[in-house]
Design a protein around this ligand. Structure first.
Ligand SMILES: [Zn+2]
Length: 508
């Protein structure tokens, strides 16, 4: 099976669509401040990337101040909306986190198993690979992997104190505030420099100054989080409705908390498996971070929902330590994204219509973000993928692949079996003379090779790149076939010298 089925490199139009849906950074020429904002504006929807719409709609300081006040009021309301919930938690019983370990271990196991093929073929730096290999959920010792959100001592020791400014970012993504920002065509993330400065000075700083304490309290009570670099998860310990005289094993509320923790940790543990190139390539887009994670978490949770009754019974016993309270029959099979993440998951689902579902898996687990139109370059910086050209008739061109020996193009016919005359005719408008020289990233010379796609050889550090075995398994082929196609003359450079270049694979 090829893990690339249904994926492709994106055209300019597709790149813009995906960029808007996933909240990826704007191209530089769009992000710089406009010289003259008074110039008559094109309607916001006329181009997907017209993000000057906000400035154009709020040309005076007075209008911008009024909008800032409206945003801050919406943020205040978002905090107030959770007040009842926070208050209930402050008065609820707390469960020992150790009692949640069986649920945590079960969550890890189902996630590892469900995504084994993707995780198993991913390139990782050795230290991160070791962290993941040795990872277990534990609440003990110097380096617990499950920590209570309200354990300030441990959080301080681990350097994971609440950041009020980050909480403002989070609240900006909640439904009402987001709708208000959208109504005003305002981008608090990945927008123009004007938007960024306004957001910082007129929203974040005054709001944190006024509501710092409330933000910290909200974070501790309403959030959970995980740190993909250390594989550590922070969760809340309260069990609402756990009666004072009820034992842990008798309590339906405790059983429900353990199942909720199982489902929550499916999401949080998936964060742990995120590829290290993803945040850089997508500039930490929250749609990518939470939307991809929750999209994948829903898949796993519904998969558990399809387990046989016997398997669910075993799992219930393992997670809750009892056999009289069960999860409802409909909850797991119909599991839907949590309210906070549902809008992100919708965007991911919409994105899939353009990029194919496998692109989400390939980007998230393996770092192949070029399938989303963005990547990381040799310097470890974000690199907006130049688009590929689609020819009339729908065929799309490929970036020029590394050559057999990195020179010329005659080898392509020998490697692919496409007759030389046919290859020349298909590429009559491509400047194949360029191929006689080194083609830096292959994107400025694009060619037509029917029946083939291009694979970008990833790297995560100097000299740490994908192996031929990983490339073969990701593309549903063998190293032998990769060599037959890309190395017909038996003089290909070593795979380490080919990082961030392209090789040809059969398009299956
Ligand atoms: Zn998350």
């Amino acid at each position: 099976m090829s893990q690339r089925t249904g994926t492709k490199l994106l055209t300019a139009d597709e790149t813009a669509t995906v960029r808007a849906l996933l909240g990826l950074p704007l191209p530089r020429e769009v992000a710089v401040p406009e010289a003259d904002v008074a110039e008559p504006a094109a309607p916001a929807q006329a181009t997907k990337d017209n993000r000057h719409a906000w400035k154009q709609a709020h040309p005076t300081q007075g209008e911008r101040d009024a909008f800032a006040a409206e945003l801050r009021a919406a943020l205040t309301a978002a905090i107030a909306a959770k007040e009842d919930s926070i208050h209930r938690k402050e008065n609820a019983r707390v469960i020992d986190l150790g009692s949640l370990l069986p649920a945590a271990a079960a969550a890890k196991e189902v996630v590892d198993e469900y995504f084994a093929e993707w995780i198993g073929n991913a390139l990782l730096p050795a230290d991160l690979a070791a962290i993941r290999r040795n990872f277990t959920f534990t609440v003990d010792g110097d380096s617990p992997t499950i920590v209570s959100m309200v354990d300030a001592v441990t959080r301080r020791r681990l350097g994971r104190m609440a950041e009020p400014a980050n909480m403002v970012d989070y609240l900006m993504s909640t439904e009402v505030v987001r709708a208000l920002a959208a109504k005003h065509s305002f981008h608090y993330q990945n927008g123009t420099l004007d938007e960024k400065a306004f957001y910082q000075k007129s929203v974040v700083e005054p709001f944190v100054a006024e509501h710092g304490e409330a933000l910290i309290r909200y974070e501790a009570h309403e959030m959970s989080m995980s740190d993909p670099n250390t594989a550590r998860i922070f969760i809340t310990p309260w069990v609402l409705d756990w009666a004072a005289d009820e034992s842990e094993v008798k309590s339906a509320a405790v059983a429900a908390k353990k199942w909720d923790t199982f489902v929550l940790l499916i999401h949080e543990y998936i964060h742990v498996l995120q590829h290290p190139l993803l945040p850089t390539a997508t500039k930490r887009s929250v749609v990518v971070r939470e939307g991809f994670c929750e999209y994948l978490a829903v898949k796993v949770t519904r998969h558990v929902g399809a387990f046989s009754a016997g398997k669910i019974q075993d799992l219930n016993l393992r997670i809750t330590g009892q056999d009289h309270h069960w999860p409802s029959h409909t909850w797991l099979p119909n599991y839907s994204p949590t309210a906070d993440y549902a809008p992100f998951v919708e965007r991911v689902t919409e994105t899939i219509r353009t990029v194919g579902e496998n692109a989400i898996y390939a980007a998230f687990f393996q770092g192949h973000t070029e399938l989303l139109g963005t990547a990381v370059n040799h310097a470890g910086k974000r690199y907006p993928m130049p688009p590929v050209t689609a020819l009339p008739g729908g065929t799309r061109r490929l970036p020029f692949p590394v050559t057999s020996g990195r020179r010329g193009y005659d080898w392509i016919s020998r490697g692919t079996g496409i007759p030389a005359a046919k290859f020349a005719a298909l590429n009559i408008d491509a400047d194949l003379d360029q191929a006689d020289d080194f083609v830096p990233d292959g994107m400025d010379l694009q060619i037509t090779v029917p029946g083939f796609r291009a694979h970008r050889i990833l790297r995560v550090a100097d000299d740490v790149g994908e192996t031929w075995e990983q490339i073969a398994r990701q593309n549903g082929t063998t190293v032998d076939e990769l060599m037959r196609i890309n190395n017909p003359d038996d003089n290909i450079p070593s795979v380490n010298d080919l990082q961030l270049e392209w090789v040809l694979v059969r398009d299956i």
